[in-house]
Design a protein around this ligand. Structure first.
Ligand code: HEM
Length: 508
């Protein structure tokens, strides 16, 4: 008894001391948050949900609601609060920007690096290394520049011309599949089918691997879907990982990460062996990834991990966004018979009945370019990018103190604002007529400046070949009653999967 009372005598002041420490720390945090609020509160923005958590609860509600897009909320805020608005997340501040001059300044200058907080948060996914220091996510300028320079030859126009054969051949497999579906009069998900084609193409041209996903089952499409969904849950909901209800999904995401990375390691090793054996290997993305890691003798464990980071980066970035663009495009053509008819006329004129689309044909398919651009205006499949702001700047007359956690430029948001595009929700490819005025820093679906998409030309050549063949050969009708909503799985994709019935255009 005596021991207990001695212990209590000792512990009580310790307990009160700890409580005091905790309370002081809490007051310190609140004082810091007040300081942050005062520093940035002159910037307009929606009222905070709470002093401590800022706008978290609004974001969490939107993240949980499958029928709402955070990007649509951002349009609302941009329209209400102007070209620059502020959001708080505990002690961090995020600035949304639609001012074209600021967008130009921030995206075009290497001074504004990709934002550290967000990119650190997707380096790993639920404890598994995911995109790491790959080309899309790497922040360090020198490391990025070295990788990008080495990767450039695999995206040169000469090299891309040489890929026309593969684009045609893989798109032809889709035509065979559609032909079967037309004969059987079955409903098809165009998203699923074009996803198989873009994955087949990246497998072949980037890594020299035959996937043939239209005819063979594979764990990759589901793995990519899982990691992207995991990415958005992880990035938008602080507590997602700790909710026991999400355990099964998190396990699936971790397994998907491991599958992608072990596949990468295996394909890289096979290619390295082929190089060592003096085999004639293609100068494709895989070869460039291996080159970017440097000499074998001096290669560190981290260099090896970066090679795998880049494998995962290209496997995902190299197909997902294009598949989504193609399916949104098919969806809008299904909803706009007049646009489809005009496109059909152009394709018939340029291609006639010939089977293969050649490089010169691509340049002549100008209306198809307009249709694809307009698709990315309404559906920027990779909508936003974030930057750090190292020093104070002025945006539209508003002083933005440096050190702000992230500044967000979002092509989906500005492309859907009346201020920049008249009647913005109307699908109208004439906006991109060669004689129409060019949008000024309010349309950038491939981002802009040094960190813009390396695969822009690759993606648009591939998309043109697939669309031209599809429209040349088939009539498609959207299955009635399906949703035209967008689902946010980090990239944007059509919720319904774009269900269609297919008919042959020509009987032979
Ligand atoms: C419609 C198709 C595509 C769209 C809309 C798109 C969009 C984008 C966007 C917006 C970025 C900037 C991301 C950021 O700032 O965080 C980006 C970067 C990138 N994209 Fe694409 N992309 C597409 C297709 C492709 C393809 C086919 C490839 C490769 C074959 C590719 C490879 C890359 C790479 C490597 C980067 C990082 C560039 C760097 O930081 O240096 N993309 N893309």
């Amino acid at each position: 008894m005596a021991v207990v009372s001695v212990l209590v005598g000792w512990l009580t002041p310790v307990f009160y001391f700890l409580l005091l420490l905790l309370f002081t720390a809490f007051l310190g945090c609140c004082a810091y948050m007040k300081y942050v609020h005062m520093k940035y509160d002159h910037i307009p923005g929606p009222p905070r949900d709470s002093f401590v958590f800022g706008h978290f609860s609004t974001f969490m509600k939107l993240a949980r609601d499958d029928n709402k897009l955070i990007h649509d909320k951002c349009i609302e805020w941009s329209e209400k609060y102007g070209p620059v608005y502020k959001l708080n997340f505990i002690h961090t501040v995020v600035i949304g920007v639609t001012c074209p001059h600021a967008t130009k300044e921030i995206l075009m200058s290497p001074k504004y690096t990709k934002d550290k907080n967000f990119h650190k948060s997707i380096f790993n996914l639920f404890g598994e290394r995911f995109l790491g220091n790959g080309l899309v996510t790497v922040i360090d300028h020198d490391l990025w520049y070295k990788q990008r320079r080495i990767m450039d030859p695999a995206f040169s126009s000469l090299y891309l011309r040489g890929l026309m054969g593969t684009f045609n051949e893989r798109a032809e497999k889709l035509m065979d599949k559609l032909s079967e579906e037309a004969d059987n009069q079955t409903e098809v998900s165009m998203l699923k089918l074009v996803n198989c084609v873009t994955m087949d193409i990246i497998g072949k041209v980037a890594f020299g691997v035959e996937l043939d996903l239209l005819n063979k089952s594979s764990p990759f499409p589901r793995a990519i879907e899982a990691v992207l969904l995991g990415l958005i849950k992880h990035a938008r909901n602080l507590f997602f990982e700790y909710n026991p209800k999400n355990r099964a999904f998190i396990k699936e995401v971790r397994e998907a990460c491991r599958l992608l990375r072990t596949t990468g390691a295996q394909w890289i090793n096979e290619r390295k062996k082929a190089i060592e054996n003096g085999e004639n290997v293609p100068k494709d993305i895989l070869t460039q990834i291996i080159k970017s890691a440097g000499q074998e003798e001096s290669m560190t464990k981290e260099d090896e991990e970066v090679m795998i980071d880049n494998f995962v980066t290209f496997f995902i970035a190299g197909q997902e966004t294009t598949a989504n663009q193609l399916s949104f495009c098919i969806m809008e053509l299904g909803r706009h018979p007049d646009v489809l008819e005009k496109l059909r006329q152009e394709i018939d004129e340029v291609l006639g009945m010939k089977k293969d689309v050649n490089y010169n044909d691509l340049g002549n398919l100008t209306y198809l370019s307009q249709v694809l651009k307009e698709t990315l205006r309404l559906y920027a499949t990779a909508p936003a990018t974030t930057r750090d702001i190292p020093e104070d700047i002025m945006i539209d007359g508003i002083h933005i103190p440096g050190g702000v956690t992230a500044i967000v430029a979002n092509s989906y948001v500005s492309s859907r604002m009346e201020k920049f595009f008249k009647d913005p929700l109307k699908f109208d490819p004439e906006r991109f007529h060669p004689d129409a005025p060019k949008p000024y820093y309010c349309y950038y679906p491939f981002s802009l400046g040094p960190r813009s998409c390396l695969g822009l030309n690759f993606a648009q050549m591939e998309a043109k070949v697939v669309m031209a063949k599809l429209i040349q050969r088939f009539d498609f009708t959207l299955v009635p009653g399906q949703s035209f909503d967008i689902v946010d799985t980090f990239t944007l994709r059509p919720k319904s999967g774009v269900l269609c019935t297919i008919k042959h255009r020509h009987s032979d």
